[in-house]
Design a binder for this molecule. Sequence first.
Ligand code: UDP
Ligand code: MG
Length: 344
Amino acid sequence: MNTPLLTVVVPCYNEEEVLQETMKQLLMLLETLVNEDLIHEDSKLLFVDDGSKDKTWSIIFKASIYHEKIKGLKLSRNVGHQNALLAGLSTAKRFADCVVSIDADLQDDIYVIRDFIEKFHEGYDVVYGVRDNRESDTLFKRSTAQAFYKLMRKMGVDIVYNHADFRLMSRRALDELERFNEVNIFLRGIIPLIGFKSTSVLYKRKERMAGESKYPLRKMLSFAFDGITSFSTKPIRFVLLLGSLSFFASVCFGLYFLFLKYFGTTVSGWTSLITSIWLIGGLQLIAIGLVGEYIGKIYKETKGRPKYSIDIDLLNLPLSNHLLSIGDDEGDFASLNLANHRIK
Ligand code: UDP
Ligand code: MG
């Protein structure tokens, strides 16, 4: 079998603190894999700048000049981790047999990529990196994440437990992924739907090397909510069930009140009236809110807006055009020069 061309896709949002170390480590890994004859020597790293506000892009850009294995993609604005990843995957697919996605903070064990490649050689189209525990997480992140996976399962969404977006996909799987046209993108839910041969590799997740998590509680909650409402109609069933139950309860209450009217003492009834008004009002609001959530999604889907716009694509442009736009005061790029990869 020919050695496959690998591209590692790294979405980056305000990652100036870790980026150079990440580049160094990933380049070293590529070298090793090439030397071991596991991947093709033209394998590459593709860094996607997701509209960062710091020096992330200038670091990527300059590194791409110093090292031919480093490529960059700059998105015009911040579109979020999932969309940035998708932009990277679709771009990488053009020149790779398999693509590995990994976060810029190197919390995931990069040496597991070797196992990914071995599995790819064995004929797997998708290889999931699965964390064997969550010791490196805060108690809060651990418990919320676990609750999230459980809830997703209950809602009937097929996702791989403790798998973030660290995985290998073959070009064939990526071609299929592209056929999912939805705008509310939740890759972890979509990829199992592709259905090609897949497997998992266990690894230990470390703490962030530097910088802060780009997933504050607000983003985590919206990620979880999007994940559920993009894939499951169970919440709407739940509302239906709730509605049926409250209807049944109100019939029972009606009979009870009739019984009281004819066989007992009639009370003024203000309490029951006012509580039922509040109860029914609340239920209706919940129902309308949930239905609205789905309508909102239909609305977005029907608009069919592009999921991202690429501002600069270093793969398609002569470098000299953009040299002018970047100063040369940041970064130690000489250290990236591991072998004879300086651009000729
Ligand atoms: N990220 C991104 N766009 C965003 C937020 C995050 O591309 O809007 C990237 C970020 O640079 C990192 C990855 O997504 O490479 C995961 O983010 P982070 O490590 O902050 O998440 P956590 O590990 O805390 O869940
Ligand atoms: Mg992280």
